[in-house]
Design a protein around this ligand. Structure first.
Ligand SMILES: CC(C)[C@H](C(=O)O)[C@@H](O)C(=O)O
Ligand code: SF4
Length: 469
């Protein structure tokens, strides 16, 4: 038998039907649902008089539209309608939902792993691009469109063309104070925002192996920002330790771990493409432009579009700098910010909040800065409050919010006003992402907290920090 990657192993185990040169029909083990991309899909089922094939493999939450202050007072009519519709659909079709009153509510990609719904070897889909987050557990997890949501609801399968495979190898050891966010930004910065197109990425190497599950989720979350279909990491003891005892983890857990271990990419298996990056070269990253590939070390200056190697690159950089209101050669550390957002499915888990609190403790948010911390789920919020992190943030002058997608995208009351600048721990810095004319700079939680305190970007490694517990 030939050597296989974990990607091929999961693919083959889930193929229901396949014809040469055509997409394959894949079985889906877990379907996560949220309020934005599901209403039409459920409506489609009703119109065709169909049922949900496996409500037990479907799980819903509300996250995008949820206000993070006074969450029960939704002023936006569309938001209110989408949330009500999701509740009604889940009632009608017998799907479990983590609604606003549930202690399980949170961003869909935060709660899946928390509940143990996400596990190695599964095929996982959701009408949401950052479904790749779940790949951190060695699952094949990818975003789908609304018509595909309907197809999965009705059949528990999906048509998919076989993706190519790519290995992204992060060699060596990360420097002190370098986070998973810096790693994924540096990879996308080095190879561009589309190098993964058509591929599923497997992240490998010591730097990845040494990461916690939460850090691995940050890396896989942003594989979609490299253009990839999905990103994953082979499961190991770190994965099993995280999942042991979670609500939906299998009863025969130890047996399951043996099966999961067998998913590992075989020695000698070949990928369609391979790139590497040296961990020790990675510095704290900040984006300067309007896609996640436009990023650089905080200790460098805004690049000169004229230094780009292609005409398209020059044009793209010129446009990005015009939108961002930045001049070439400005040191990144000199750029003042007015907003800080610590949250999103990339960086709103407990370890992210701990990292930010460690920087914030004993400091005060700069006078001209509005900074907010938005936990990814109610569970994260509760845990943070148990540890006193909310008090650390509040004392330093940060706002402490309820869980949801919040300022990651302006689909709820949290947004950045036109022309203003935000240091954000989210995953997308596209034009208008955090509000019309808003200027987004992607950073890690520690770097965001440091920017909040200084009022401009700074290398977090140069700040004095205090342990929070
Ligand atoms: C609203 C949703 C469809 C969207 C996505 O697919 O990713 C959102 O989560 C995002 O991050 O842009
Ligand atoms: S936090 Fe942001 S990226 Fe994640 S699902 Fe919500 S809107 Fe999308």
């Amino acid at each position: 038998m030939s050597a296989k990657t974990i990607i091929e192993k999961i693919w083959e185990k889930h193929t229901v039907a396949e014809e040469q040169g055509k997409p394959a029909l894949l079985y889906i083990d877990l379907h996560m649902v949220h309020e934005v991309t599901s209403p039409q899909a459920f409506e489609g089922l009703r119109l065709k008089n169909r049922d949900v094939r496996r409500p037990d493999l479907t799980f819903a939450t509300m996250d995008h539209n949820v206000p993070t202050v006074n969450r029960f007072t939704v002023v936006d009519e569309i938001a209110q309608k989408q949330m009500e519709t999701l509740s009604a659909n889940c009632r009608q079709f017998g799907i479990e939902i983590a609604d606003l009153e549930s202690p399980d509510q949170g961003i869909v990609h935060v709660i899946g792993p928390e509940l143990g719904l996400t596990s190695p070897g599964k095929t996982i889909v959701c009408g949401d691009s950052h479904t790749s987050t779940h790949g951190a557990f060695g699952a094949l997890a990818f975003g789908i469109g609304t018509s595909e949501v309907e197809h999965v609801l009705a059949t528990q399968t999906i048509w998919q063309s076989k993706p190519k495979t790519m290995q992204v190898h992060v060699e060596g050891k990360l420097g002190l104070g370098i986070s998973a966010k810096d790693v994924i930004l540096a990879i996308i910065g080095k190879y561009g925002a589309d190098f993964g197109t058509g591929h599923v990425i497997e992240f490998t190497g010591d730097a990845i192996r040494n990461m916690t599950m939460e850090e691995r989720m940050t890396v896989c979350n942003m594989s979609i920002e490299a253009g990839a279909k999905a990103g994953l990491i082979g499961p190991d003891e770190t994965t099993f330790d995280y999942l042991r005892g979670r609500r939906f983890s299998p009863d025969n857990f130890e047996e399951a771990t043996q099966e999961w271990s067998a998913l590992a990419t075989d020695e000698g298996a070949e990928y369609d493409a391979r790139v590497t990056i040296a961990a020790e070269d990675i510095e704290p990253q900040v984006t300067w432009g309007t896609n996640p590939g436009m990023c650089i070390s905080v200790n460098k200056a805004v690049p000169d579009p004229e230094s780009m190697t292609t005409e398209a690159g020059k044009k793209g950089a010129r446009q990005a700098l015009a939108y961002m209101g930045l001049a070439p050669h400005t040191p990144m550390a000199d750029i003042p910010i007015q907003h800080v957002f610590i949250g999103s499915c990339t960086n709103s888990r407990i370890s992210d909040l701990r990292a930010a609190a460690e920087v914030a403790k004993g400091h005060t948010v700069a006078a001209n800065v509005r900074a907010m911390v938005v936990p990814g789920s109610q569970k994260v919020k509760l845990q943070a409050e148990k540890e006193g992190l909310d008090q650390v943030f509040l004392t330093a002058g940060f706002e402490w919010r309820e869980s949801g997608c919040s300022m990651c995208l302006s689909m709820n009351p949290d947004f950045v006003p036109e022309g203003e600048r935000c240091a954000s721990t989210s995953n997308r810095n596209f034009e208008g992402r955090q509000g019309k004319g808003a200027r987004t700079h992607l950073v890690s939680p520690a770097m965001a907290a440091a920017a909040a305190i200084k009022g401009h970007f700074c290398d977090v490694r140069t700040l004095e920090t205090e342990p929070v517990s």
